[in-house]
Design a protein around this ligand. Structure first.
Ligand code: 5AD
Ligand code: SF4
Length: 438
């Protein structure tokens, strides 16, 4: 039997795509290899959101191209966002790279690969509008046995000035509500406990078909699909509505967790980022979430060192972080992406200053996270068991708000099982506790 290995880089949407590459490979009779060096075909599913991702991927590409020296029959496919952006150039530069697929060709992989096996003509499929009707459909090999990704839309229309995503994933295309609900129902029937609905901007769901408030409606239907936990990401502060917050508040299974990237806390920077909201509007949304759902977890993404960010503007980001008291934040150093407006804006911030700001921001957020976690000591949390942690004998799982919880395993757990854990110790990134009887 022939073997495959898929390397995945980047966001959850890429993970969902990687599961579809694996699914199609298995339909063609390949089986998963534990070690990529044993594979007959390797897929590198790539990301280009920041330069650091690109560098890591190019290193990995070099390594797998090297494998072909001793194993010339090995087949190499480059897919995903970096393939979309740099595929043509890379295929010219590396004659041993067999196939290059842009982001619109995931569902056509099986056919493309079969054609290649028949004629061995190296090709690049990079038409960004090359997708078909339900480009999310088809076989999947899910990585988790209890938690599934379900994309609800592809692409992005926002054109934040720093972001490469709209260029490499194309315009927004929403999947039909029927197809999504069918996938949720099937996942529940197959034993999945949790589904995360994915989109670059889930609040835009349905807008490409002229629908209004379609995401709030989708959430209400999804709540009935038979899953224990439903998650969704990413929300956009410009597009999130009261109707979405109410749908979450009134649901039984939708996690009370909003991943709502603010990106910055200064209005001039937000304007230059083309985010379409102000600091005041962002704070209003937070207030509204907490009014409807006082216990809601709110997490965010923040970029430091965007062009034009001076000390005063950066202080506004720090003060926003303190004011909102996010449960956690993903923090990034601004990375200029060729072809995006911000890459050529005046006022680029020196690398040293960007690093310092990242550290300051992380210090502030870490203090907030630790304080929030300390407040949990003594409480009993419902934790969805994920798997053994790296420490022997310690199991790990997540709360509804996405918080990582560790506890000594008293018995074997089924992944996806809900365990009650009394919190005994708080750390910045996680809490520790003991299992208690229900
Ligand atoms: N530089 C740094 N961070 C970026 N992000 C997107 N583009 C860039 C960039 N050019 C961050 C944003 C986004 C997250 C997924 O990645 O914060 O929300
Ligand atoms: Fe990038 Fe903005 Fe789209 Fe998010 S919403 S992917 S930040 S352009």
């Amino acid at each position: 039997m022939k073997g495959y290995f898929v390397f995945n880089f980047g966001c959850q949407m890429n993970e969902a795509d990687a599961e579809r590459y694996a699914g199609q490979l298995e339909e063609l009779g390949y089986s998963a290899c534990a070690d990529h060096r044993d594979a007959d075909i390797i897929v590198l599913n790539t990301c280009c959101v920041r330069e650091s991702a690109e560098k890591r991927i190019l290193g990995k590409l070099g390594e797998v191209l090297g494998l072909k020296k001793t194993k010339p029959e090995l087949l190499l496919c480059l897919t995903g966002c970096l393939a979309q952006k740099e595929g043509e150039r890379l295929q010219k530069r590396f004659p041993r790279l067999d196939l290059v697929l842009g982001t619109a060709y995931v569902s056509q992989f099986k056919k493309i690969l079969s054609d290649y096996l028949a004629d061995r003509r190296r090709s690049a499929y990079l038409d960004i509008a090359g997708g078909d009707a339900d480009e999310f459909a088809g076989a999947k090999v899910r990585q988790s046995a209890y938690s599934a990704w379900v994309p609800i839309m592809y692409g992005c229309n926002n054109f934040c000035t720093y972001c490469i995503v709209p260029y490499v994933r194309g315009r927004e295309r929403s999947r039909s509500e029927e197809a999504i609900i069918a996938e949720l129902t099937a996942a529940a029937a197959a034993g999945y406990k949790e589904v995360t609905l994915l989109g670059q901007n889930v609040d835009s769901y349905g807008k490409d078909r002229g629908e209004k408030e379609a995401f709030a409606r989708l959430l209400r239907r999804a709540d009935e699909a038979g899953l224990e936990r439903l998650r969704f990401m990413t929300s956009h502060p410009r597009d999130m509505t009261e109707a979405v917050i109410e749908a979450v508040a009134e649901s039984k299974h939708i996690c009370r967790h909003f991943h709502l990237p603010c990106q910055a806390g200064n209005n001039e920077i937000l304007r230059r980022m083309n985010r379409g909201y102000t600091r005041e509007r962002y704070l209003e949304l937070v207030t509204s979430i907490r009014k409807h759902i006082p216990e809601a977890a709110i997490t965010t993404d923040i970029i430091v060192g965007f062009p034009g960010e001076d000390e005063a503007a950066f202080d506004d980001t720090l003060s926003l972080v303190r004011e909102v008291a996010f449960d956690s934040a993903f923090t990034f150093i601004y990375s200029p992406r060729g072809g995006t407006p911000a890459a050529v804006m005046p006022g680029q911030v020196p690398a040293e200053i960007k690093k310092e700001r990242l550290q300051k921001l992380m210090d502030v957020q870490n203090a907030v996270s630790l304080a929030k976690n300390k407040a949990l000591v003594g409480q009993v949390l419902a934790v969805m068991a994920d798997g053994p942690s790296k420490q022997p004998g310690i199991y790990s799982g997540r709360t509804e708000g996405g918080k990582l919880v560790l506890w000594p395993a008293l018995r074997p757990y089924r992944p996806g099982e809900t365990v009650q854990v009394a919190v005994t110790e708080a750390q910045t990134w996680q809490v520790k506790g003991q299992e208690v009887a229900r």
